[in-house]
Ligand binder design. Sequence first.
Ligand code: A3P
Length: 295
Amino acid sequence: MEIHKDEDREGEAILSKYYDGIKFPANVPGNVKDHLESVRNLKDMEGDLLLDSFPKSGTHWTFDILYMLQNGKAEYSTGMILALDFEPIEKIDALNSPRILTTHLYPQHIPKFVKDGKCKVIYIYRNPKDTAVSMHSFLRRLNMEVFKNYNGKWENFFELYATQQLHYNTWFEHVQSWLDFKKKNPDLPILMMSYEDMKKDLRSCVQMMAQHIGAKQDPEFLDEVTSKCQFNVMSKAKNSNNEESQISRDGTNPFYRKGDVGDWKNRLTVAQNEMYDAVIKEKMAEIDLEMKYTL
Ligand code: A3P
């Protein structure tokens, strides 16, 4: 498997592995094909949930909400989230149930038992401008072998992000694939939820997730989950003594930064915004989803 390089205009490269029409991050194991085959054949376990998203959409946030709901205790998860995409399948097999199978995979690559309706699914999406800002910052914070040399400037990164496919192709393709999948499989238990709605009214979103997965819904418990998962509280807890900090260059947890809606206004220039608005206008014409860019 060849490592594919997307170079910006100053030669900074984002590395991926190209397979089945998709650019996977270069840390997906082996030749990708064999790994996806083992993901497809993963055995289900009682209480499994599948959490899917385009990267930087609030996956870790949602994971901890689901973890608390699943366990009936408002206690954070510890350690690294083992994503289906990046871990040898034996590690996923060895997880205790109930599991939250976390992934950025397209519907065609998720485990077969999920398509057979044996598992509740939660898909989180976030507006593509904030997602871009978050992704650029994230890539520059990582010290993982395949990403540690990336130091691309914002304007160069954004040019690539807005005009071509990067990891998991474009935001539009990912969101569209999941909308299509849900439409074609109306009987599958798929909850689609936006980062912006979670920011606006986390308590209601926590309740919707609890209903979806059949977790207990005592008001006090849901209140506690909600307050523990507010950005300021959560990022503080996750920055102290968490394994995730080990994958960053500066020892902070790279999955927590600002946690805002509309931070793109601090990064995109007027010209970048106009250019990307034109892209959004064209692409969203085919996507039946209302996006919020501010609250
Ligand atoms: P920012 O970089 O914009 O701050 P993922 O987990 O999919 O990688 O997403 C990471 C993004 O979710 C980061 O966005 C991070 O700060 C944000 N995030 C993490 N926890 C959050 C929370 N409790 N509330 C809001 N946003 C959160």
